[in-house]
Design a protein around this ligand. Structure first.
Ligand SMILES: *Cc1c(COP(=O)(O)O)cnc(C)c1O
Length: 361
């Protein structure tokens, strides 16, 4: 926390705005929209997962539809597809960004269309804060007229050519869960360049109440709005976002300096023009065994590290769904490790971690 959070939360109490609306919600949305740029409109919601769910609904995804989804991600990118009775089709990653492969994406679209069904949407993810190949993914999406949901849950503060993540997709989403680069304890946001889309998102997120003096409903609603208390934390967090990005990038730089010289350790590099918030620093070790020996050596010192996301096409719950694979995400899962990456890591912490890793390589 940066310090201002408690002041905004106190303000909510003092003015009795303890509800899923109020000045903190309005101002947090405004701050996020200004930060993201491109004239976007922002709806603050209860979670990133809720934002993904509403994004798919707003793009018309419904029972029986197919949605293309990056396989190398956290399960929340895919779960809302299944909430809607639609079928996720998982797409493997490219080496350059570790994110959705534009080649496989096009192959999947052609294959599904040949099967008689055009996919309804694409869920692409800026995993670990590294932007996906926006230029190529957008090109493919446009060529076939399929909208993109941009899962920016991990990428607040990242950009390509100065344009911020969250503003690239037809609809974007952020998460403010406890583990993200800024947090409201739990929360999310839906981003659109279209004011009407934002308004529809807010309508659906507040139980889809028609304009009437009594309670009247013509569509199914959700209770997904962010509360004014939680938004107060968000307003305070916006003041420290840039510090968090700087701290996390400095973690990455330190790890790279201390580890890459002495080993076959591979770091995920920024392609030209890409700016990664380095939410988590990840390394690719030479083998599964090397990865495990490092992870266990850290654990012995009570330091938590974690394998990279297990691809969705390998998850028991998603095993039955179609997938387009090239082996990249499976390899990343086998050999990759997320290192401790908090915004408040001390130099001495980093030193200790790299010393332990260096005894294993
Ligand atoms: C955290 C996360 C989400 C979900 O956000 P919540 O706010 O936790 O619901 C979705 N996608 C990715 C890639 C995430 O990391």
């Amino acid at each position: 926390m940066g310090g201002a959070e408690q002041r905004f939360v106190q303000e909510a109490f003092d003015t009795n705005w303890v509800a899923p609306l109020g000045p903190n919600v309005d101002n947090f949305e405004k701050a996020l929209a200004e930060y993201t740029g491109q004239g976007v409109h922002v709806a603050a919601l209860s979670s990133g997962t809720a934002a993904l769910h509403l994004a798919l609904i707003l793009l018309g995804v419904t029972t029986g539809d197919e949605v293309l989804c990056q396989s190398f991600t956290f399960s929340a990118s895919a779960n809302p597809i299944v909430y809607l009775g639609a079928t996720p089709i998982f797409i493997d990653s490219e080496r350059d960004t570790w994110n959705i492969s534009p080649d496989l994406l096009e192959k999947a679209i052609l294959d599904r269309m040949a099967n008689g069904k055009k996919p309804k949407a694409i869920v692409a993810v800026h995993l670990y804060g590294m932007p996906y190949n926006v230029q190529e993914v957008s090109k493919v999406a446009k060529a076939y007229g399929i909208p993109v949901v941009e899962d920016s849950a991990e990428a607040l503060g990242s950009s390509i050519g100065g344009q911020r993540c969250g503003s690239f997709g037809d609809i974007g989403i952020f998460s403010f869960n406890g583990n993200k680069i800024i947090t409201t304890s739990g929360g999310g946001a839906l981003i659109s360049k279209n004011q009407e889309v934002k308004e529809k998102a807010v309508f659906l997120a507040t139980q889809a109440r028609d304009d009437a003096p009594h309670y009247q409903h013509s569509s199914i609603g959700y209770n997904y709005r962010m509360s004014n208390i939680v938004a107060g934390i968000g307003r305070g967090q916006m003041e420290v976002l840039q510090n968090h990005v700087a701290a996390r990038r400095s973690n990455y730089d330190y790890y790279k300096e201390k580890l890459s010289s002495s080993s076959e350790m591979i770091f995920l590099e920024e392609p030209d023009g890409y700016f990664c918030n380095r939410w988590l620093t990840c390394i690719l070790t030479p083998s599964f065994e090397a990865r495990e020996s490092i992870r266990l050596a850290l654990l012995e010192e009570n330091i938590e590290s974690r394998p990279l996301w297990k691809p969705m096409h390998l998850q028991p719950v998603f095993m039955g769904f179609p997938s387009f694979e090239n082996g990249v995400s499976e390899d990343l899962f086998d050999r990759g490790l997320c290192l401790p990456s908090g915004s408040n890591l001390a130099k001495s912490d980093l030193e200790k971690i790299t010393n332990i890793i260096n005894t294993k390589i």
